[in-house]
Design a protein around this ligand. Sequence first.
Ligand code: ADP
Length: 459
Amino acid sequence: MRTLYVRIIITTMAIMIASAVIAFAAANIYYQQFLKPENDKKTVHIAENIIAIYENNNREPISDYLTAMTDLGYKFYLVKPDGEGQVYGDSFTSEQIDSEHVDSVLSGDTYHGIANFPWKPFVTGFFDNELKNTIGVPIEIAGETHALFVRPNTMQQFGEMRIFLAVLLVLALLFSFLLVLTSTRFIVNPIKKLTEATKKIAAGNYHVKLNVNRKDEIGRLANDFSKMSDSLEHTEEKRQEFISNVSHEIQSPLTSIQGFSRVLREEELPREIRERYLSIIENESKRLSALSKQLLTLSNLDQDLDKRDFIPFDVADQLKEVVSTMEWQLRERELAVEMSVHPATVIGDPKLLQQVWVNLLTNAIRYSEAGGKVTIQTASDKSAVHVSVKDTGIGIAENDISQLFDRFYKVDKARTRTENSTGLGLSIVKKIVELHDGTVLVESEPGIGSTFTVTLPAK
Ligand code: ADP
């Protein structure tokens, strides 16, 4: 079976045929168990009535009488005392009957051929038009006992009904088949659309629209599929944007390094200018080196962390250590430091969390004016440890806060250029904090300063 369409049609047809066979067999069993004895009783009663009418109005010849009776929907087989038999009405398919049965009827007994007719799996005995399938009763004709075998003439009684039922059955099958053909398309078409869409995505085309307006499982699958393709498209866009940002960030320092080194090689320049150009080259290469380091950190963080490397440690000790290593930068910028830290244990990767404090402190220093103040505080409660780094620097406008943690986002492009910034510091902070199941919050006001608060789950 090549397609789902053909498979569903064949399965449904097989189920329909199997149900028909099972239903017929069940109806047959029902006939054998319950209807056959009833039918036998009913036919005995009718045979006795026929005889009673004949015996009470014993005027016309028996052959005329039985011929007239056949019009009422019965057929007869009359056996004379010498054993000679005669059919009245439509013929029997088989006129075989054991002579002992005939003899017993001739001697006055009733023959229950209908009740004792053997069971056949695919024919209901009701329609079996054999002489054995009759009721035999004795009948007195001209002072002699004859045997009269009677059964309903099903062709006459149910002929039209049989045709009607046959037409009904054939039409029901035909219409079911046609409806299965159309309804199967309804099931299979969305799956075909999904297959096409999967192929497109595999070929790198993420812009897939599926018009499946259904609320069932297939509808939900199509819906989830659309969401997945949107998310893949979004990821792909982000990736492209990331690559173009990286190229741009690499390109601009390289261009200035090339430019200044060419000028230095070609021209006789005064010493101070040469010094200045060389320091620009040095700064640009430092920027490149910082960028590559940060990219490497981000790519390591993108591959999930092994949390088995997490250990408990005192965050206050770590903060003191970071401040002391950055002390010369604070002094250079003429910034005061205030520390209010208390021992608090967190579980995590100490090297990564150190990176968080370094990045936040670097920003606080970088975006503060001389004479400002940097405050580092910790606070802890039962469930969390909060670390805040507050500055009295330039602050951040409300519009920028929502994008602050995006990769390569810089608020003031001109200023950040001279500050060796890459726009990656805060995205690294956010990534590390999230890997520790924590959060980062920013409160800031332009001209007043900013506070970055990191919340980590307590031990
Ligand atoms: P970088 O500092 O390398 O540019 P970040 O991701 O650390 O990259 O910061 C993104 C941007 O957020 C910075 O360019 C700066 O404009 C702004 N910013 C970050 N920290 C502060 C701060 N403490 N005060 C003012 N602006 C800040």
